[in-house]
Write a protein that binds this ligand. Structure first.
Ligand code: 5AD
Ligand code: SF4
Length: 462
């Protein structure tokens, strides 16, 4: 038998890339590739890239410099290393990547992952291969499923892509160009995938999509189903204790989805709902298709449906034309809502997007200064949210051994990491924990006596 070939995949960017990287590894497993966590002994290195901000793309090029040196060192020992660039930078830049980084052998976009074995063969035969087509067939039908052992190795919390692409065309965003238009997977295929995960011990599933709440996949009755209906189906699967979904658009936060937060016990009380700005003028320029009032209205409905809901969001500062007054409206929205955490970014002009053509670009210094102010406010809110957890009890899903012997690390319903002194037998289980200490965004706790299902929930607001 041939020696297994070693595969090193590095993911940049969003959770969908993490999921895609795993599916690439699954697709290559039947070809004799085993994953390694050390790039130095890999025969195939795949960088699964992100194009959302300029820095993300630049990181790929500097990583390619390091990988090129590994390739040269291996070649000196007579070993061939194949370098592949996948993901959104690959989709956007195509052949340009090989021009800038000639050590790269293979460039392919997010719609080509199932053709990876053929693309590798082509790169071996022709020296280089580039594939950034949007084929009409459904890649999910061709992507191999992971084995039970592989699922177990990856842990008790899994991502499942249910929707890909975006039709919203926010004026700052490359996603509609790199991932294409919205496609939803059929309910039956998603349910089958989650059942397989549950059989192998997965307890928490996060349904992912660039615009996940626009989900409209074909249901068992042949008609399009909403994300709320999909969540209900997935929630009926034995063994799955926790459900999450990300990332959502405020416009698609429909009444049935809001009601799902009230009705589905397995749906965790945490929602990532990007707002980007608190200024109506900027929201309009961003083509967000919602106002500040629309966002506040959705948040109010959500909090009425589920009082213990914690909200996180994304913000962009320094979008073209953003005045100090517009930025103040963002700060004001943040204090009005009270987030448990948020990501905030300086606007980065992406070639090909309408925002990049706008004349009134904001100075980098101004962007940096606004970002620092926004992040300081968000940090305070996160600390305040964490502090409110002190003395509370809630369910923790134990994911891995902790920093010290006898400790496990799990996640709270709000996604906070929690370190607990607990027996290893609780790995992969959900147990009640009382929070006893908070230190720089890490929570510490002890196993609680209260039966997990009867715990008091954390109140909203305050
Ligand atoms: N510049 C800065 N941030 C961006 N995002 C998307 N595009 C850009 C851009 N051009 C941010 C948005 C989005 C998150 C995933 O990345 O906040 O919600
Ligand atoms: Fe990008 Fe807007 Fe689509 Fe989100 S909704 S992926 S920000 S275009």
């Amino acid at each position: 038998m041939n020696e297994p070939r070693k595969l090193f995949v590095k993911s940049f960017g969003c959770q969908m890339n993490v999921y895609d990287s795993r599916r690439m590894a699954d697709t290559l497993a039947p070809q004799g590739y085993v994953e390694t966590s050390a790039p130095d002994d890999a025969d195939l290195v795949i960088l699964n890239t992100c194009h959302i901000r300029e820095k993300a793309a630049e990181k790929v090029y500097s990583e390619l410099g390091r990988v090129r040196r590994l390739k040269e060192a291996a070649a000196a020992e007579g070993r061939r290393v194949v370098i592949a660039v996948a993901g959104c930078v690959a989709q956007a830049e195509g052949k340009e990547i090989i021009r800038r980084a000639p050590a790269v052998d293979l460039v392919f976009g997010p719609q080509s992952y199932h053709r990876l074995p053929q693309l590798l063969a082509r790169a071996e035969r022709d020296g280089k291969a580039v594939d950034t087509e949007f084929p009409l067939d459904d890649k999910f039908d061709h992507l191999a499923a992971p084995s039970g052992a592989t699922i177990r190795m990856r842990g008790v919390s899994a991502f499942v892509t249910v929707q890909e692409g975006c039709d919203k065309f926010c004026t700052f965003c490359v996603v509609p160009y790199t991932r294409g238009s919205e496609v939803s997977r059929p309910v039956q295929k998603i349910v089958a995938e989650v059942e397989r995960l549950a059989d192998a011990g997965v307890r928490e599933v996060t349904l992912i999509g660039q615009n996940v709440n626009a989900y409209h996949g074909e249901g068992l009755n042949g008609r399009p189903q909403s994300l709320a209906q999909l969540l209900e189906e997935v929630s009926a699967i034995d063994g799955i204790d926790r459900l999450r979904y990300t990332t959502s658009h405020p416009r698609d936060m429909s009444d049935d989805l809001i009601a799902a937060h009230r009705d589905l016990r397995k749906l965790m009380p945490q929602l990532h709902l990007p707002v980007q700005s608190g200024s109506d003028r900027i929201l309009a320029a961003m083509n967000r298709r919602h106002t500040r009032a629309d966002y506040l209205d959705v948040v109010e409905k959500l909090r009425a449906a589920r009082t213990d809901l914690a909200l996180t969001s994304d913000f962009i500062v320094g979008f073209p034309g953003e005045s100090e007054e517009d930025f103040a409206a963002t700060l004001d929205l943040v204090s009005e809502i009270g987030f448990s955490g948020a990501f905030s970014f300086k606007y980065s002009a992406r070639p090909g997007t309408p925002g990049a053509e706008m004349s009134d670009q904001v100075d980098e210094d101004v962007k940096s200064e606004r970002l620092a102010r926004l992040q300081a406010e968000i940090d305070l809110q996160q600390q305040s949210f964490n502090n409110r957890c002190l003395g509370r009890s809630f369910e923790v899903l134990f994911e891995k051994p902790g920093r010290h012997a006898g400790q496990l690390v799990g996640r709270s319903p709000y996604l906070q990491p929690v370190q607990v002194t607990a027996p290893a037998s609780l790995l992969g289980e959900v147990a009640a924990v009382t929070i006893t200490e908070i230190a720089s965004n890490s929570l510490f706790g002890t196993l609680a006596q209260t039966p997990a299902r009867e715990l008091a929930v954390l109140g909203a607001g305050a």
